[in-house]
Design a protein around this ligand. Sequence first.
Ligand SMILES: [Zn+2]
Length: 173
Amino acid sequence: MTGSRYTRQQLFVLRNHIPIDRVIEALDVHNAIHDGQYRFNCPMCHRMNTGISRKTNLARCFDCKKNYNTIDLVKEIMGLGFLESAAYLEKIKEQMSAETHQKYPPEKMTRQKDMVHIGDVFKSLASSSPEKASSSRALRQESQAISDLQKRVCDLEICIKSLSEKIAFLERR
Ligand SMILES: [Zn+2]
């Protein structure tokens, strides 16, 4: 992520679409399942009277009576500022996206033969304008636009994955 400002939408994704337990594990915080409940070591009191809510994507310490969202947790445990914490989460998000691509390569996700992977659409957009191709500036702008779009598609894929996980979790209850 370039620049030092995050949009509301970007922060929403970082807070809500990176599962809180995934953040706990990435931070190497001790965690365990007790009585069927996910617990983690509270960064304040270091006790395990804690829990997470997949619905709100918050971690809570019942002793400290404190909720942590993904950003709070990184700030507290890594001792980072807000922007650095957001950047840390951005990296986890990128990892998740890379895993999604490994697990569900585009050709496996397309059920119909005539479905085209969105990346190919961008590629064909880029190559289908010979008059523009003569101007390298236009080309650069175009490839920038394409990579922006690809980033947004990645974000959307993460949202979809996280929503599917939530739905699966709710259905199991
Ligand atoms: Zn605590």
